[in-house]
Write a protein that binds this ligand. Structure first.
Ligand SMILES: NC(=O)c1ccc[n+]([C@@H]2O[C@H](COP(=O)([O-])OP(=O)(O)OC[C@H]3O[C@@H](n4cnc5c(N)ncnc54)[C@H](O)[C@@H]3O)[C@@H](O)[C@H]2O)c1
Length: 450
């Protein structure tokens, strides 16, 4: 195995022509994402929260003053080159869906771009209410047979590409959280997976069919929900065998983002922890879907994983060996998309004295998720133009349960993830890695003088 730094930087094809961005699901996140891009390209809104639009990357020494914007360091598709499409079981166009979602102020942010939003009408969804028990819309494909749904998504992708003159297409899952599915023998290899599709095996979910259709069409796939989807070994392997980038899962937006900043703080100071209790209220359609215990189970898995990996109770049993980690989500319609999260952390310090930290986060779910969807679309397209197929671990920054190669543990610490992302951009651009060692600034002080 070569050391990562021995791998030659890739040659990146230019970002010419149109980039199709197809969203599975045209709900709160997708419409906030699409509307935000439209407002930004008309100069009517700022893409705040998006690293691709606002971020910079330091290059070389701190004395060099080289900090290009992300888009100057690597060639990204411009906002004007994006064309949007979506599938949803509800027939509402993006304007109506955005009004219903209630995230953006209709007079200020939807009316002025109503023409563009109304033009985005969802394609008939590959949907089966068995997997999202709280929803049942009429805008669905005529057959629920899995083979037919797979072929339906493939032909939708081909037609979309053709109709909009797209040079490249990426798919972002902004759809609902499906019921919990364990990886099984049906997901082990291509023969088993294909056979399972043909017999309508219940462990083949609609999200897997979208993802498989995307990979068959050479379309990179980002998984914004906690569904198994491209974590299924067969799809992971298919993506790397065919050089198609994938990443997931579950956008890291609110409570988990905060958790993956705070937990490393306690760990860095070797402070112990007895318990971390997290609860949320939210009232959007996502909250309604998560009110179903089977969908919540999928979400719970992705939310619970982060603390163990960061705190390493097996390495520090006296600090974290007896930690109670609880996560609750409560559906509370009056709040709509404005989620409120509470965290109570019971930690202890010197000589075991107990202390507490309370966090009350009042956020807007889709306002935090939309820039992530944009960055993922642009970075997946970049990865594909750079010939980087399979799992994109450098995009862990965006996910609650990041995909990693088998045998690796995921990095959850937000700032390790950011370092990983920026170092990957430096590597792609043929620039040196930043190690933060910094002894070179003190060479005169440290090195023996003649
Ligand atoms: N901050 C966040 O908002 C955040 C963070 C992490 C993850 N997520 C996840 O992102 C997803 C979208 O969140 P949202 O708030 O937009 O939810 P939403 O309910 O507003 O939108 C999801 C849409 O997906 C549609 N859908 C469901 N199954 C589908 C299928 N098979 N094909 C096509 N469309 C389908 C639904 O009809 C719905 O309109 C959810 O899974 C959510 O858990 C959101």
């Amino acid at each position: 195995m070569p050391e990562p730094t021995d791998l030659p930087s890739p040659t990146i094809a230019p970002a010419e022509g149109r980039l199709g961005v197809v969203c599975v699901g045209l709900g709160a996140v997708a419409t906030t994402f699409i509307a935000g891009v439209e407002l930004a390209r008309r100069g009517m809104g700022a893409p705040i929260g998006s690293l691709t639009q606002l971020g910079t990357v330091r290059l070389g020494k701190r004395t060099e003053g080289r900090t290009p914007a992300v888009g100057e360091l690597v060639p990204l598709a411009g906002l004007d080159d994006l064309v949007f499409g979506a599938w949803d079981p509800y027939p509402d166009d993006a304007y109506v869906s955005a009004v219903n979602a209630g995230v953006l102020d209709a007079a200020r942010h939807l009316e002025p771009i109503a023409d563009a939003l109304r033009a985005i009408r969802p394609m008939a969804a590959a949907f089966d209410p068995a997997y999202v028990k709280k929803l049942d819309g009429p805008n669905v494909m005529p057959s629920r047979a899995k083979r037919a749904m797979l072929e339906g998504v493939r032909s939708d992708l081909q037609a979309f590409r053709e109709q909009h003159g797209c040079d490249r297409v990426v798919m972002v899952w902004c759809g609902s959280t499906e019921i919990y599915v364990e990886p099984g023998p049906q997901h082990a290899d291509l023969d088993a997976f294909e056979a399972a599709i043909d017999i309508d095996d219940p462990t083949i979910t609609p999200s897997m069919l979208y993802a498989y259709a995307a990979l068959l069409e050479g379309v990179p796939f980002a998984n914004g929900a906690p569904n198994l989807t491209v974590d299924a070994p067969v799809l992971r392997r298919f993506a790397s065998d065919h050089g198609v980038p994938i990443c997931g899962k579950d956008f890291k937006t609110g409570q988990t983002m905060v958790k993956t900043v705070l937990a490393p703080m306690f760990k860095a100071r070797m402070l112990g922890m007895d318990g971390w209790y997290s609860t949320n209220i939210l009232g959007n359609r996502d909250g309604e879907v998560l009110d179903d215990p089977e969908s919540f189970r999928t979400k719970e898995h992705s939310k619970l994983g982060v603390l163990d990996t960061i705190l390493q109770p097996e390495v520090y049993p006296e600090l974290y060996g007896d930690l109670d980690h609880v996560v609750r989500i409560n559906y509370y319609p009056p709040r709509g998309d404005n989620k409120e999260g509470w965290d109570n952390i019971d930690f202890f310090g010197w000589l075991g004295y107990p202390m507490q930290l309370k966090v009350n986060l009042l956020c807007r779910d889709s306002i935090l998720a939309a820039p992530l969807a944009l960055d993922l679309a642009l970075f997946l397209d970049l990865a594909q133009r750079a010939g980087m197929g399979g799992i994109q671990e450098w995009l862990s920054f965006y996910f609650k349960a990041p995909q990693v190669a088998p045998g690796l543990y995921p990095e959850h610490d937000l700032f390790i993830q950011l370092t990983k992302l920026k170092n990957t951009l430096r590597w792609m651009a043929g620039e040196e890695q930043i190690t933060h060692l910094g002894v070179e600034y003190y060479a005169e002080d440290y090195l023996p003088q003649d």
